[in-house]
Write a new protein. Structure first.
Length: 1256
C-alpha cells in the first residue's frame, strides 16, 4: 500500500494482525488476463509514485460526469477490460471458448474457471474483524485488505455497478483489478456500460444480437434470445439438472416447458428444458415483479449451489439483452426489462437482516443512493443537485444529512409556508426552516405592510384604469401585468423588452406578436407602474400596491447576504424562479438543491426548473420510491420514459399495489361516495372545474360523505362562484331576493359601463384569466343549482384531510400526469389516456396461460376480438389473454386472444404461441387499435404509430396519396429491404383520407415489420399560394408541397431527414445517401441535372431541359432580378437530404412560401416545365446553396417516355431510380417497368391495382 492518506484511513480503521489474504497455493498475486492476442501482467511491487498512478489506470474522467452528460463514446472502461469483453460478456457464466466463428455469434472468449478447491489455514477471526468487538474478542483482528480476493469479490458483488466504477475501483490497485477482471460480474458491468451508451458496449451487444438473429426483421427473435440463453453456464461444478429441479417449483415452469417443447425442441435436455432457457422464458412469461422475486427465491432456497451474485448475474444477462432488443426497435413490452431491473434494484438495496437482543434502537435503512448523498462532505463552493423522484425519501435524506453534521448550521428553504412549518417539526435543531418570502418580508415587505400597500397579486383589472389614454383596456393591462410579473421573477435589474410576452391574445381572441414599437410602450407603462409600486408612500390606488413577488424582487436587487449558514437546503428546486435562485446561489456557503424536475407544475408562475438550468458541482439521484409498489411505479416510470424520454428508472418498494381496478369493492365505494375502510381515497383533477364537479357528484351520491379539498375549502373560491352566479341574475332578482355580491372585483361589474355578467366574461377572455374562466364555466354548467351546491359543498367539507380528498392542480401536462400517478400508495385507477401511453411502451396487459386450462373450461373457446372467428386450440400450448382494466368511468373487458390478434399488438411475442407460417395462414381480423394522438401545430397533425422513432438511425419522409398508395408502399419496401440500418418512415397523407387504409396495407403485408408514423398534412396552408390551373393537375396535389414544410412535421429529434417521392425505387443502402456530408451553410443535398452523362442522353431523347430556363420565365423582371443565369444547371427535388437545423436557421420554409406567393401574383414560372409549381421555388431558394448528391443516387426521367431506355450498365450501378414524368410504372407501360414491379407489394384490400395497357 502507498502512503496516500486515503489508504492510511482504510488500514488504520482495520488494523492488521497477520490474517491470510489469499489461498496459500496461489502465492504472490500475478494477474494475467487474456485478451485479444495480449497478456497483461500487473506486478505486485511498484514504486510509490507508480502505484498512485495505477489507481487511475483504465478509469476515465467520463465515468465521473453526470448521468445526463454521458455521450456515445463516454464511460469507456479501461483498455484491458474492453479487449477482454469485446466479443461477448466474458464471464464465468459461459462455456469454454468456442472457435472464432462461434465467438462472433456472441459467445465469450475466456479462460476456464479454476474449479479446484483449496485448504485454507484457520484464521484468528472468522469474520476478518468486520464485526468489530464482541464479548470474547478484545479487539478486531485484521483489516479489510487482508480479506482474500474471493471474499472481496462476494462483497463487491452486492454493490451497484455505479459504486464499483466510481468508488470501489479508486480505493487501491488491488480493488481496481478485481472490478475490471473480465470474470467479475461481466453482464452487470456490460449493462451499466450499455445503459450509458459506451460505444464499445453498444457494439458488443449489437454483435450478440445480430449473430444470433435477435433482430427486428426476424419473426422469431424472442425465441432466438431464449435459445441464446441456453449457453449460459456458471461452473462445471454446477449440475444443470439440479438447477432444473430448482426452477420446477415455480408456477410458470409448466408454461415455459410447454412452450420450449413446442417451439424450441433443440434446447431440451434429458429431464426437461435447458434450465437457463427455461428461466429466461419464465422472465418473459412473468405477470409482474412478484413472479421474478419468486424465481429468485426458488434458486436461493433449493440448494442448487447458485450463489446470490451468480443469480443476479443471470438476471443482468437477460435484462441487458431485453434492453438492447428494445433499443433496437424490437416490438416487445418494456415491462419485461422493468420487472427484472426492479428485482435487481431491490436486491442491491435490501436491508441487512435484523439483529436481535443487542439493545440498540432500530435504525432506518438507507439505499445506496441515499448513502452516497450522506457521504458527500459539502464545501462552500459546492452546488449539489439531488434529482429525487416521487416519494424517494428526499426529506429523510436531508434530515439524516443534517443530523450527521451537528457542527454545521443549515438553512432549509421551502416553497410554501405549510411545508416550512412541517419541516420545523422534522429537522434537527441545527436547521432553520423558512420560506423565501418570509425572509424577504422581514427585510423589505413589512415596510409596505405598515403602509397598507400590499396586495396578493397583480390584476389587469386594476392596472387597466391607470394606463395612459390610447393604451388602456384589459388586453393591454394584461400584457403590462405579465411584463411586471416576468420582471419580478427574473434576475434583471431593470424592466426591458425581454420581459414583454412574446405573444398574447388580442381582443379578437387571436394570438398576436407585439411589434418592437409596441414592446417599447409596454415597457414604459410597466416601468411607470413599477416605480409607483416601490415608492414607500401610502396610496389608495390599488394598481400601485406591491405584490409579494414584488418585495421579493426588491430584496434580490439589494443582493442580500445570509450570514451564519454553512449549508442551504433548497427544497422543490424545480419550482423556484430565477430571482429565488439568484438570491440563494449568491450566498457564500454550500448549496444543496433537491427536487423532481418532472414534478415542475408552476411554469405559469415563472419557475424555470433550476434542476436543469443551474450549473452544479455534484449530481445525485434518488430513484427508489417508498410510497408505492411495483405496479404503480411501473406506470410512473413508463410515463417518464414514453412522454418525456427519461432514461432513469423509477422503482418502488416491496409493498403490494394495483393499477387495473382489481378491488371492485373499493371502486364501487368511490363511485357511490361510501366510506372507505383501511385507507384514504384521493381524486386528482386536472382543473378546478372538475374538482367542483367531483365534489358535487360525491355529495349528491352520499349525503354523509366527507370531503377535503387540498388548500382548504375557503381558498377554493366557492364564495366567488356564488358571486359570479349572483352577477348573472337580473338586477330585479338581485333586489327582490336580497342577493349581494361580496367580492369587490366582481361587484364592480354591476356598473353599467362594465357590462355586467357578459362584461366579466369578456374580461376573463381578454385577460386570459384561467381561474375566472373556470368559475364562469362552473356557473354556466350548474346554473340555478349554484347556491344549493355551494352550501352543500361547504357542509360536507372538512378542515383537515382526515377523509377522502379531492386535489386541485394546474400545470404542464406530462408533469401533471406523472404527479397524479405517483400520489397513489396502494391502488391507482388509471384513465384511458394512461392506458394508451402504456401501449406505446408495448404494455397491453396481455398475460400467458396454458391453452389446455382454457379449453378445460370451454372446449370451443373463441378469440374475444369482435368479429374474429379464430378458435383457441391445443396446437398452441400457450395462449394470451387480456386482463380487465376498470376505472371510474370505463371498463376494458378481459378475454383470450388468438395468435393473429396478439401479433397485431405485440408482434414477435405471438410467435411464442405458434410458428410464423401457422399464424400467417390464419384469418386476420383488422382491428382499429386506438393509440394516443399528439397534436403539433395547425399545419400538421401527427398520429403516433410507434414509440421507437427517436431511436431510429434514419428518418425517411414519403407522401402517400390515396390513388397512389401502392406506389408509396413499393418505395418503402425497396428502402426497407436494402438496408440493415434502422429506418423510421414518416408517411404523409391528407387529413383523414387514408390513415386506416395505409395501416391496413402495412399490417396485412410483409411491411408489418417497418417502423412508421402517419402524418396528416393540412392543405389550407397552401391557400393563396397555388393557382388551380395547370397543364398537369396531378402536379398540383397538396402533398407535392409537403417537402416545403419538413421542420413542421415534428419528426422526433432527428437533425436530418431523407425525402423521397413515391415514384422512386431504392436499389442501394439508404444509409449511404443519409450519411452524405453537407457543406457548411447548406440546408440540403440534391442531384444536379448536369452530373450524369447517361442522363443527358435520356434528357435529349425526350426533349427535357437541364437548366433554369426550363423552369423560370425570364421575361419577368422579378426573375431577372434574381441574377440566376438561364443556363445554370437545375436539380430535381424529388430526392434530397435535409439538414433540419440549417433549414430552420435559414428560414427555408418562409422563403419557399414567399416565392409561391410571388408566382401566385405574377406568374413567374415557365408553363412549359413547371406545371406543378413545386420545383421552381426550390430552384430559387437553393440556387448555389446545396450539396451535390452522387448522380447514381438519383437516376431519373424514367417516366418521361415509354420508349427511351437507359443502358443496362447504368441501371446496375444506379442506387436509386426515379420514374418522374407522365408515365408511371403502375399505370402505363414505361421504361424498365420490371425494376419497379419487383418491389411492388399487392394491396390486401384490392383497391390499388396495377394497370397494364398495350402501347398504341
Amino acid at each position: 500500500m502507498s502512503d496516500d492518506p486515503q489508504q492510511k484511513a482504510i488500514t488504520g480503521f482495520f488494523p492488521s494482525n497477520g490474517v491470510l489474504s489469499s489461498s496459500p497455493q496461489k502465492g504472490n498475486r500475478t494477474n494475467t488476463e487474456s485478451g485479444l492476442n495480449r497478456d497483461i501482467v500487473l506486478k505486485e511491487e511498484e514504486d510509490e509514485h507508480q502505484e498512485v498512478l495505477d489507481l487511475m489506470k483504465g478509469i476515465t474522467e467520463e465515468m465521473f460526469v453526470d448521468d445526463d452528460e454521458f455521450g456515445t463514446d463516454m464511460c469507456s472502461v479501461n483498455k484491458e477490460e474492453n479487449e477482454q469483453e469485446v466479443t461477448g460478456a466474458g464471464c464465468s457464466s459461459w462455456v469454454s471458448p468456442p472457435s472464432r466463428a462461434t465467438v462472433l455469434s456472441g459467445h465469450v472468449n475466456q479462460k476456464e474457471e479454476d474449479d479446484e478447491e483449496y485448504d485454507v489455514q484457520s484464521l484468528p477471526d472468522a469474520h476478518f474483524g468486520l464485526l468489530g468487538l464482541n464479548q470474547t474478542l478484545l479487539k478486531p483482528k485484521g483489516h479489510i485488505q487482508d480479506l482474500p480476493e474471493e471474499i472481496l469479490s462476494v462483497i463487491f458483488a452486492r454493490l451497484p455497478a455505479d459504486d464499483l466504477y466510481r468508488h470501489v475501483s479508486l480505493v487501491c490497485r488491488r480493488w481496481r483489478d478485481i472490478v475490471i477482471d473480465s470474470q467479475f460480474l461481466p453482464w452487470k458491468k456490460l449493462y451499466y456500460r450499455y445503459e450509458k451508451q459506451e460505444k464499445m458496449a453498444v457494439n458488443q451487444l449489437n454483435i450478440i444480437l445480430s449473430h444470433n438473429n435477435i433482430v427486428r426483421k426476424n419473426d422469431v427473435c424472442v425465441l432466438n434470445m431464449v435459445r441464446y440463453m441456453a449457453q449460459f453456464k456458471h461452473s462445471r461444478l454446477l449440475n444443470v439438472e439440479d438447477v432444473l429441479q430448482c426452477v420446477k417449483n415455480h408456477r410458470l415452469f409448466a408454461q415455459a416447458e410447454a412452450c420450449i417443447k413446442h417451439r424450441l425442441p433443440d434446447v431440451m435436455i434429458d429431464k426437461g428444458p435447458n434450465p437457463w432457457s427455461a428461466m429466461a422464458l419464465m422472465l418473459i412469461l412473468a405477470d409482474g415483479v412478484t413472479d421474478v422475486l419468486n424465481l429468485v427465491d426458488c434458486l436461493r432456497t433449493s440448494g442448487c449451489l447458485l450463489t446470490p451474485d451468480r443469480i443476479s448475474e443471470f438476471l443482468w444477462a437477460v435484462a441487458t439483452l431485453l434492453l438492447a432488443m428494445r433499443n433496437n426497435n424490437i416490438n416487445i413490452t418494456n415491462r419485461w426489462h422493468y420487472n427484472i431491473f426492479y428485482v435487481l434494484h431491490l436486491t442491491e438495496n435490501a436491508p441487512p437482516p435484523p439483529s436481535h437482543g443487542d439493545g440498540r434502537e432500530k435504525q432506518i435503512h438507507l439505499t445506496h443512493e441515499q448513502q452516497q448523498i450522506l457521504n458527500h462532505d459539502i464545501q462552500r463552493h459546492h452546488i449539489v443537485k439531488i434529482m429525487a423522484f416521487a416519494g424517494t425519501g428526499k426529506t429523510t435524506t436531508l434530515v439524516n444529512y443534517a443530523q450527521q453534521r451537528p457542527h454545521l448550521h443549515f438553512l432549509y428553504i421551502a416553497f410554501n409556508k405549510s411545508v416550512a412549518m412541517q419541516a420545523n417539526k422534522t429537522f434537527p435543531s441545527n436547521v432553520e426552516c423558512k420560506t423565501i418570502h418570509s425572509m424577504a418580508y422581514k427585510a423589505i415587505g413589512h415596510r409596505y405592510k405598515n403602509l397598507n400597500k400590499l396586495c396578493t397579486n397583480l390584476k389587469p383589472f386594476t392596472l387597466a384604469w391607470v394606463l395612459p389614454e390610447g393604451r388602456s383596456g384589459f388586453v393591454n393591462a394584461k400584457v403590462v401585468t405579465r411584463t411586471i410579473r416576468n420582471y419580478c421573477s427574473s434576475t434583471d435589474e431593470h424592466i426591458g423588452p425581454q420581459h414583454v410576452p412574446e405573444r398574447f391574445k388580442n381582443t379578437n381572441g387571436r394570438e398576436e406578436c407585439p411589434s418592437e414599437s409596441k414592446k417599447k410602450d409596454f415597457v414604459y407603462d410597466a416601468q411607470t407602474i413599477w416605480k409607483k409600486m416601490t415608492v414607500l408612500q401610502p396610496t389608495k390606488e390599488a394598481a400601485h400596491h406591491i405584490s409579494h413577488d414584488g418585495y421579493l424582487k426588491l430584496w434580490q436587487l439589494q443582493k442580500p447576504e445570509l450570514k451564519g449558514y454553512d449549508v442551504i437546503f433548497i427544497d422543490e428546486a424545480q419550482d423556484c424562479t430565477p430571482v429565488i435562485m439568484d438570491i440563494m446561489l449568491s450566498q457564500s456557503c454550500g448549496k444543496i438543491l433537491v427536487g423532481d424536475p418532472h414534478q415542475q407544475i408552476y411554469t405559469f408562475r415563472g419557475a424555470v426548473n433550476a434542476l436543469h438550468t443551474v450549473p452544479h458541482t455534484h449530481l445525485y439521484y434518488l430513484t427508489q420510491s417508498f410510497r408505492f409498489g411495483a405496479e404503480i411505479a411501473y406506470v410512473g416510470a413508463t410515463i417518464l420514459n414514453v412522454c418525456k424520454k427519461v432514461n432513469k428508472i423509477l422503482v418502488g418498494g416491496s409493498q403490494d399495489g394495483t393499477v387495473r381496478g382489481e378491488d371492485n369493492e373499493t371502486l364501487s365505494n368511490i363511485r357511490l361516495a361510501r366510506a372507505q375502510i383501511g385507507g384514504k381515497v384521493a381524486i386528482l383533477c386536472r382543473c378546478n372545474v372538475t374538482v367542483f364537479s367531483e365534489a358535487v357528484r360525491l355529495t349528491d351520491a352520499n349525503p354523509n360523505c366527507k370531503i377535503y379539498i387540498v388548500g382548504g375549502v375557503e381558498n377554493f373560491g366557492l364564495k366567488q362562484i356564488l358571486d359570479v352566479w349572483i352577477l348573472k341574475q337580473t338586477e330585479e332578482k338581485r333586489r327582490n331576493d336580497n342577493l349581494w355580491i361580496k367580492d369587490p372585483f366582481i361587484r364592480s361589474f354591476c356598473k353599467q359601463k362594465l357590462g355586467g355578467y357578459l362584461g366579466l366574461k369578456v374580461y376573463a377572455t381578454h385577460t386570459e384569466d384561467l381561474e375566472l374562466e373556470a368559475k364562469l364555466s362552473v356557473v354556466e354548467k350548474y346554473n340555478h343549482r349554484i347556491p344549493e351546491l355551494v352550501d352543500q359543498i361547504y357542509s360536507h367539507a372538512q378542515s383537515k384531510p382526515n377523509c377522502a380528498g379531492i386535489r386541485k392542480a394546474d400545470a404542464d401536462e406530462w408533469n401533471l400526469l406523472y404527479v397524479a400517478v405517483t400520489r397513489a400508495k396502494r391502488a391507482l385507477y388509471i384513465t384511458k389516456s394512461i392506458s394508451n401511453i402504456l401501449t406505446l411502451a408495448g404494455e397491453y396487459f396481455l398475460r400467458f396461460e396454458l391453452s389446455s386450462k382454457l379449453l378445460d373450461k370451454d372446449p370451443h373457446r373463441r378469440c374475444s376480438t369482435r368479429e374474429c372467428p379464430n378458435l383457441i386450440t391445443t396446437e398452441s400450448p400457450l395462449s394470451m389473454h387480456k386482463l380487465p382494466i376498470r376505472s371510474m368511468g370505463t371498463t376494458e373487458e378481459a378475454g383470450v386472444l388468438c395468435a393473429t390478434c396478439v401479433e397485431q399488438r405485440v408482434g414477435p411475442v405471438a410467435f411464442l404461441l405458434a410458428p410464423p407460417e401457422t399464424i400467417k395462414s390464419m384469418h386476420y381480423t383488422e382491428e382499429r387499435l386506438e393509440l394516443p394522438e399528439v397534436r403539433s401545430d395547425k399545419t400538421l397533425n401527427r398520429t403516433v404509430d410507434e414509440e421507437s422513432e427517436s431511436k431510429a438511425d434514419i428518418p425517411v419522409v414519403i407522401c402517400a396519396a390515396e390513388e397512389r398508395l401502392g406506389a408509396a408502399m413499393a418505395t418503402i419496401n425497396s428502402v426497407y429491404s436494402n438496408t440493415r440500418a434502422s429506418v423510421f418512415f414518416y408517411i404523409v397523407t391528407l387529413r383523414d383520407s387514408i390513415k386506416l387504409t395505409s395501416r391496413h396495407y402495412i399490417k396485412k403485408t410483409k411491411l408489418k415489420q417497418i417502423q412508421y408514423k402517419i402524418l396528416e398534412f393540412n392543405p389550407m396552408v397552401l391557400k393563396g399560394k397555388v393557382k388551380p390551373d395547370s397543364s398537369r393537375p396531378d402536379l398540383l396535389h397538396p402533398l407535392n408541397f409537403v417537402r416545403f414544410y419538413l421542420p413542421l412535421l415534428a419528426i422526433s429529434n432527428h437533425k436530418r431527414i431523407v425525402y423521397l417521392d413515391d415514384d422512386v425505387i431504392v436499389q442501394g443502402d439508404i444509409q449511404e445517401l443519409y450519411s452524405i456530408k453537407l457543406h457548411s451553410g447548406h440546408a440540403a443535398a440534391f442531384a444536379s441535372d448536369c452530373d450524369l452523362p447517361a442522363t443527358h442522353e435520356m434528357v435529349r431523347s425526350v426533349g427535357m431541359q437541364t437548366s433554369y430556363m426550363g423552369f423560370l420565365d425570364y421575361r419577368k423582371e422579378a426573375v431577372r432580378e434574381l441574377g440566376i443565369k438561364p443556363s445554370d444547371c437545375s436539380f430535381n427535388p424529388g430526392v434530397f437530404v435535409a439538414d433540419i437545423e440549417e433549414w430552420k436557421k435559414q428560414k427555408v420554409t418562409v422563403q419557399l412560401e414567399k416565392w409561391m406567393s410571388e408566382n401566385f401574383k405574377k406568374n413567374l414560372y415557365s408553363s412549359a416545365m413547371a406545371g406543378g409549381v413545386a420545383t421552381p421555388p426550390m430552384l430559387i431558394v437553393f440556387h448555389n446553396k446545396y450539396t451535390t448528391i452522387d448522380p447514381n443516387w438519383h437516376v431519373r426521367h424514367l417516366g418521361w417516355s415509354p420508349d427511351a431506355h437507359y443502358p443496362q450498365s447504368v441501371l446496375q450501378e444506379a442506387q436509386l431510380l426515379h420514374w418522374n414524368g407522365r408515365f408511371k410504372p403502375w399505370d402505363y407501360p414505361c421504361a424498365h417497368i420490371d425494376l419497379w414491379e419487383k418491389w411492388f407489394v399487392p394491396d390486401p384490400s384490392g383497391n390499388f391495382v396495377l394497370v397494364r395497357r398495350e402501347s398504341d
